[in-house]
Ligand binder design. Structure first.
Ligand SMILES: [Zn+2]
Length: 255
């Protein structure tokens, strides 16, 4: 299995990162993709990749909740990192729009998003995108920039069937995580309509742990709970869920 979005650099893992990685490997998680958040996370991500070069891949981007203060300077610096070594990163992430925490800077958030989507095209990379309370604005950006070369994952997807269909039509993938297992979630119903062709799995650790770990720290080994849940709901074996979603992850991230 491939955990396509996991913040293993989080301070929540400082005490026991080796056990966390080993537990993930022991349940069959073979790759973990780490989205960047800000400068601080980048330092920790780099050291994790040095420690686990066979299992950890890195993304580079500035999280929408970090579009404040000197965000333009940070993007300038990331421009240079991309230019210096594009093969160091498998994707542009974590980018996106978040109007839950702050609506006042939507203009800057959209500017930063577009700047970072340019990296996808320039360096032929997919994106890992965060969307919170911002579907309308996000779809507007993606529609304006629609082209066969721009592909990515809408991470932690929890939108409607209609939104799912539009994103898939545009060539994108949906990241499915612990939220799908929550009691009031409609995601399994959406998946039973659209199928698994454009689905990848993720934990978004340390956040959003799936049932039966809900409310506790999430970690990449819990990807198996998400696979088991989808297997129960959609009538595939866990092995089939793994085979299909891992192939999807490879085709979007390792193209
Ligand atoms: Zn994230």
């Amino acid at each position: 299995m491939i955990d396509t979005h996991t913040h293993l650099d989080s301070s929540k893992f400082l005490e026991d990162i080796d056990e966390v990685v080993n537990r993930a490997l022991s349940v069959g998680v073979t790759s973990m993709y780490l989205p960047n958040v800000d400068d601080e996370s980048l330092v920790r991500m780099n050291s994790l990749q040095e420690r686990y070069p066979n299992y950890i891949e890195l993304m580079l981007g500035l999280h929408p909740c970090e579009i404040k203060g000197d965000w333009e300077k940070i993007l300038d610096r990331y421009d240079k990192l991309w230019e210096a070594n594009p093969s160091a990163f498998i994707a542009v992430g974590e980018i996106g729009l978040d109007l839950y925490w702050d609506k006042s800077n939507i203009g800057q958030q959209i500017q930063a998003l577009n700047h970072q989507l340019d990296w996808c095209l320039k360096y032929d990379k997919p994106f890992s995108m965060h969307v919170r309370d911002a579907w309308e604005a996000t779809l507007k950006v993606l529609r304006e920039r629609k082209c066969p070369e721009l592909k990515g994952v809408l991470h932690c997807f929890s939108g409607s069937l209609e939104i799912a269909r539009e994103l898939i039509d545009m060539g994108h993938y949906l990241g499915i995580g612990g939220v799908a297992t929550f009691k009031n979630s409609n995601i399994a119903n959406v998946l039973s309509e659209i199928g698994l062709d454009r689905i990848v799995l993720e934990t978004d650790s340390p956040y959003l742990a799936p049932v039966p770990h809900r409310g506790k720290r999430n970690e990449s080994s819990h990807l198996q709970n998400i696979a088991i849940f989808l297997s129960d709901k959609l009538g595939y074996s866990v092995q089939e869920i793994d085979t299909i979603t891992s192939a999807n992850a490879r085709s979007v991230f390792l193209k």
